[in-house]
Design a protein around this ligand. Structure first.
Ligand code: ATP
Length: 231
């Protein structure tokens, strides 16, 4: 479960997040809003990469004020994910695995093989990342986020720029993960929300303007209220 209480983030007086209070249960959560609404700021605060200016939040009961403990629970795929193109996919994951503190080589290798299979990259794992398509890079991105067995994934517009087939493939990976866990997904893509998310939150100018179960919100304004913010 995620909860935030009056979460606020200000950049030199500019309120990127303004008093956001919400609760999410397990499953996939869609975070929506126009450009500049504060989505990335929200995700970065939840990933403990930025400190809130005021307010509080917790992930599975662990407050953000304990960042080391929070980081053990989460995997993060940033909006602009970059990889070392000269490494192979497997080498890259090995490198991230060490950074995440999975020091026992055998355990790390076993975990990497399991994740490569989950993201359908096993047969490409020994190819250099520079030869990967955009979709394969994003799947490698989600693979590095899965290392360390997180209970929650935080993913920032992961399907932007992917073709429809890759989008479906990516969504399926997130859906499988989200069972009994949480995926916090920022997106502009209606299909990402409609096919995956049980819950949504809509931000506008840093403020929470709508949140709840998608099924409850489907009838609000002919179901167009939440879609309007995507345009
Ligand atoms: P997008 O969909 O374009 O990625 P977003 O909803 O993710 O937008 P944020 O990137 O969180 O929005 O930005 C929210 C507001 O905070 C914007 O007005 C942005 O210009 C501002 N902002 C974000 N990061 C910083 C920063 N490091 N310093 C100053 N202002 C920032």
């Amino acid at each position: 479960m995620i909860t935030t209480q009056n979460l606020t983030k200000s950049y030199k007086g500019h309120l990127a997040l303004d008093d956001v209070t919400l609760t999410f249960n397990e499953g996939m959560v869609g975070l929506l809003g126009p450009n500049g609404a504060g989505k990335t700021t929200f995700l970065r605060v939840m990933a403990t990469l930025q400190k809130p200016t005021s307010g509080s939040a917790s992930i599975f009961g662990v407050p953000l004020s304990q960042p080391e403990e929070v980081r053990r629970q989460i995997g993060y795929l940033p909006q602009h994910f970059s990889v070392y193109p000269q490494l192979t996919g497997r080498e890259f994951l090995d490198y991230v695995g060490v950074l995440k503190g999975i020091h026992a080589a055998k355990a790390r290798q076993e975990e990497i093989e399991r994740i490569l299979d989950q993201v359908n990259l096993t047969d490409k794992a020994d190819k250099k990342v520079r030869t990967y398509s955009g979709g394969m890079r994003q799947r490698l991105g989600i693979a590095q986020a899965l290392l360390g067995s997180p209970k929650m994934l935080i993913v920032d517009e992961p399907t932007a720029g992917l073709d429809p087939e890759e989008r479906v493939r990516f969504r399926n990976i997130l859906t499988r993960f989200s069972v009994g866990r949480i995926v916090l997904l920022s997106t502009h893509i209606v299909a990402d929300i409609e096919s995956n998310c049980r819950q949504i939150a809509v931000l506008s100018r840093g403020q929470l303007v709508l949140s709840g179960n998608l099924s409850d919100l489907a009838d609000v304004g002919d179901g167009k209220v939440w879609q309007a913010v995507l345009n």
